[in-house]
Write a protein that binds this ligand. Structure first.
Ligand code: T3D
Length: 261
């Protein structure tokens, strides 16, 4: 598929998805939502992709739903189907993708954009990044999975605070609250994300993918079920070439050469 509103690039095992409407801080139009969801699906189909990076062009990550498009809608427009067919696909494609997804948060993420950040597995942010649950500023409720994702990371009191105040949470505070893994100076973001992406793309990909599946599933499991599921997944991981390579490399006192299978 050819994309108009995002950039999609694959190199060295890393797919990079760049939201690319910088004049509006990469606000999501319906077309861009579709392209983004499709790009994540493409990452799942392409065996050459072993890690995915999502970022924004210009000074923003994404300002969430494009409000110009919202205003242009007729009164008959129904948001429910728009969310289900659009943002839900993005969030589910990220969470369901059994490959590590890194959000390179280069600037402000607002509204649904915060959902995209939190659905990602590793979040590396520039010191110029910020998060804004902008929904209540326009009389909406958080969507894009945020009512599920955000309280899990920062607890319900802080999540509710961010939702009802729509305050701008700076990068350092987001780091302190566990929303970001790392914050780096803006001019070092690309290099740091590249280090992370190379490391993850060169790792034991089956193990990384199954770990993501196990942790996601564990939210809705009892301890007994989670233990049982771990044992099942470990059987799969233990039959990979990468497991044999990891053990051999340890015993031979050398760096492992993982091939992702
Ligand atoms: O209806 C549905 O589809 C339901 C779905 C909901 C999902 C959602 O995401 S709802 C939330 C939608 N997003 C917002 O409400 C955020 C609106 N934007 C802002 O509050 C601020 O722009 C930011 C806090 C994100 C950034 O502030 P700041 O001061 O750094 O930048 P700015 O000057 O406000 O914006 C820069 C430009 O981007 C500006 O355009 P201009 O004046 O330079 O031509 C601004 O209009 C444009 N822009 C920013 N956000 C949006 C946008 N254009 C369209 N849609 C936006 N969301």
């Amino acid at each position: 598929m050819t994309y108009e509103h995002i950039l999609y690039d694959v190199a060295g095992g890393v797919a990079t998805i760049t939201l690319n409407r910088p004049d509006s801080l990469n606000a999501f139009t319906t077309a861009m939502i579709g392209e983004t969801a499709d790009a994540f699906k493409q990452c799942s189909r392409d065996a050459a992709v072993r890690c995915v990076v999502i970022t924004g062009s210009g000074r923003g990550f994404t300002a969430g739903q494009d409000l110009g498009e919202v205003q242009a809608r007729g009164d008959e427009f129904s948001i429910g189907p728009h969310l289900r067919a659009g943002y839900h696909r993005i969030i589910k494609n990220i969470v369901g993708l059994e490959k590590p997804v890194i959000a390179a948060v280069n600037g402000v993420a607002a509204g649904a954009g915060v959902g995209v950040v939190l659905a990602s597995d590793i979040r590396i942010a520039s010191d110029k990044a910020s998060l804004v649950l902008a929904f209540s500023k326009i009389g909406l409720v958080p969507d894009s999975g945020l009512n599920w994702l955000l309280p899990r990371v920062i607890g319900q009191a802080r999540a509710y605070q961010l939702a009802v105040t729509a305050e701008r949470l700076g990068a350092e505070q987001a780091l302190a609250w566990g929303l970001f893994n790392e914050v780096v100076p803006a001019d070092q973001l690309a290099a740091r994300v590249d280090e992370w992406a190379q490391r993850l793309a060169g790792g034991p990909s089956v193990s990384f993918g199954l770990t993501k599946r196990a942790m996601n599933r564990a939210w809705s499991q009892t301890l007994e079920e989670a233990l049982d599921y771990e044992a099942y997944l470990q059987d799969t991981a233990a039959h990979t070439e990468d497991n044999k390579e990891g053990v051999a490399a340890f015993l031979e006192k050398r760096a492992p050469q993982y091939r992702g299978r």
